[in-house]
Design a protein around this ligand. Sequence first.
Ligand SMILES: CC(C)(COP(=O)(O)OP(=O)(O)OC[C@H]1O[C@@H](n2cnc3c(N)ncnc32)[C@H](O)[C@@H]1OP(=O)(O)O)[C@@H](O)C(=O)NCCC(=O)NCCS
Length: 226
Amino acid sequence: MGVKIRTFRRSDAKMVRKVLVDGLFSNVDPAFYVGVRRPSVIATGLVLTALMYQWTLSLMYTITFFVALLCLYYLTLLIAAHLMTKGPLFDDIENVQRNYMKPRRNFWVAEADGQVVGTIAITLRSLNKPANECADDVAWLRRMAVSEKYRRQGIAKRLVETAIDFCKRNKYRRIELITTEVQLPAKALYEKMGFRCVNTWARRECGFVLWTFTLVYDIQQDSTYY
Ligand SMILES: CC(C)(COP(=O)(O)OP(=O)(O)OC[C@H]1O[C@@H](n2cnc3c(N)ncnc32)[C@H](O)[C@@H]1OP(=O)(O)O)[C@@H](O)C(=O)NCCC(=O)NCCS
């Protein structure tokens, strides 16, 4: 299979959005498994199920209720993912050309069989930081996703290598990104490629708490930033 990594073109816009939306929805299953293992979720589920049994005294109703709770939780995650694709989280890809095709930023796609099957972007980290924390030598890696059918073939690795090369050529000192506990394959990939986790924090996304990791890749060794 020939996979080509190339810079974004206007005609890619729809396919880019599809890859990223599919990538988000592919994280719903991992989010479900992470969620149902949370002590607070287990406790709430058990209390509600016990109350149901006390009320109906029927094992069948209680089991049906428990399964319905799980389905409801999964459905909520699907709705949350859907809302995210319509909200500010996806604003930047509504106009990739305007947001990324500028000096020291870029957006790449992986093309296979005439289709966009992977994406990655570099922008300035300082865009989302308060003015006093701005650092123009810190790049922000975003928007990495690979279509499910094309995963585990080294495409994301090639995309990240392309982004790192770009940052080296553009004299960035460091690359920063965030990922979450439901994106452990991505975290494994970044760590394999030399990124290190410098911060772990709880982030609220559509009412759900997500453990989130800040990872950095040092282009020039400099420990004064953190
Ligand atoms: C994360 C993602 C981009 C990886 O894409 P990919 O093309 O399958 O990754 P690669 O084939 O380049 O994998 C490179 C290495 O990453 C790690 N890796 C990738 N997928 C993995 C998985 N499911 N489980 C464990 N490690 C994984 C492995 O070390 C792998 O090397 P190996 O195949 O030699 O073992 C893809 O799974 C994806 O699009 N996920 C949904 C979107 C997402 O979460 N994006 C991350 C945003 S921060």
